[in-house]
Write a protein that binds this ligand. Structure first.
Ligand code: UD2
Length: 312
């Protein structure tokens, strides 16, 4: 039984990860300030995890926790994951998205904490508008927002703490993760969470652009399996793309979802968003080289997503 810390464990991806770790018999500690996460995301495992409602920016709290916790694995998922928020409050989001990560790494280094792995979650946002296609982990980066800059810097620190000081680390770049519990409440929420909400509540959906823009959508359960495999079965301080490796046009995804839900989405078309990326696809050969295969096709992922919402 491993001792595992999940920062951001009440969030969308973190709560799925926490469920899986608990099911695997691990001893799980969650730190989440509930700024984006929700207690209801971990309600059914609340008796099996230790939960702290706390910010990762409080270094005294984090140092104490790291000292006492004797963690084998740390999944660093806590972040302000809204690009728009990072543009509005760059100094604040910098504390969360970069400084807290470096502070944790530094504490682990200087106190020689015998962790097995710290995994940091970065983002495909680091690629920005760089032209390489599909994106390999060695493609050019072009971080265009405070969010992307902080993710890139923290990811580099994470990998560098491995190379320079021998702290066992690894980083991942999430592409377009979707699935139940993704919060649909901001206009910058993941598009499939918004589509789900609009279908469910029979509300109009605003489509920015012609719908031909592509993304590499990956189901949250695949993401969690990849995270655990990367944390527990790799030894290089390096970066992995986490994606499906498929490029799908938004309008095609919407049509598939309409078939699954058995209803038409009321689409209101608007001009494309400024700075919106037209094409996105990951090269996932590095992920596959460690023996990972995504299990969820977009169709099956959407089926499961819809089933979940029909029940809740
Ligand atoms: C993702 C990240 C974003 C940033 C960016 C970097 C998410 C939720 N967002 O943005 O934080 O890292 O990658 O490249 O992971 N759309 C609509 N209607 C809506 C909402 C979205 O048409 O109501 C379109 C949107 O204009 C875009 C596509 O759907 O073309 C996907 O949007 P998204 O916000 O889910 O994801 P993305 O890749 O733009």
């Amino acid at each position: 039984m491993a001792k595992v810390l999940v920062t951001g464990g009440a969030g969308f991806i973190g709560s799925f990860l926490a469920h899986k770790l608990v099911a695997n018999g691990d001893q799980v500690v969650i730190v989440d300030d509930l700024s984006m996460g929700k207690l209801e995301n971990i309600a059914d495992i609340k008796d099996q995890v230790t939960f702290y409602e706390h910010t990762v920016c409080d270094e005294n709290f984090m140092h104490n926790l790291l000292n006492q916790g004797k963690f084998d694995y740390i999944y660093y998922l806590a972040a302000v994951s809204s690009v728009a928020d990072s543009v509005a409050r760059p100094w604040y989001t910098h504390q969360v998205n970069q400084e807290s990560v470096v502070n944790t790494l530094e504490f682990i280094r200087t106190h020689h904490l015998p962790i097995k792995k710290l995994l940091f979650s970065s983002s495909a946002a680091v690629y920005g508008n760089a032209a390489d296609f599909p994106k390999t982990e060695d493609s050019h980066v072009d971080p265009l927002t405070p969010y992307a800059i902080d993710k890139y810097a923290a990811e580099r620190y994470t990998v560098d703490y491995g190379h320079l000081y021998g702290v066992p680390t690894v980083a991942v770049r999430f592409f377009n993760v979707y699935g139940p519990r993704q919060n649909p409440d901001s206009e910058y929420s993941g598009v499939l969470s918004i589509v789900t909400k609009c279908l469910k509540n029979k509300q109009p959906f605003t489509l920015y652009g012609d719908g031909r823009q592509t993304r590499d959508y990956v189901y949250v359960e695949d993401v969690v399996d990849a995270l655990i495999k990367i944390a527990t079965e790799t030894n290089e301080p390096t970066v992995y793309n986490i994606a499906n490796g498929n490029e799908q046009a938004l309008i095609d995804v919407i049509h598939t979802y309409e078939d699954i839900a058995g209803m038409k989405l009321d689409i209101v078309q608007r001009e494309a968003r400024k700075g919106d990326i037209q094409k996105s696809k990951a090269d996932v050969s590095k992920l596959k080289s460690i023996g990972f295969e995504p299990k969820w096709s977009l169709h099956d992922g959407l089926m499961n997503y819809w089933k979940y919402y029909s029940k809740h």
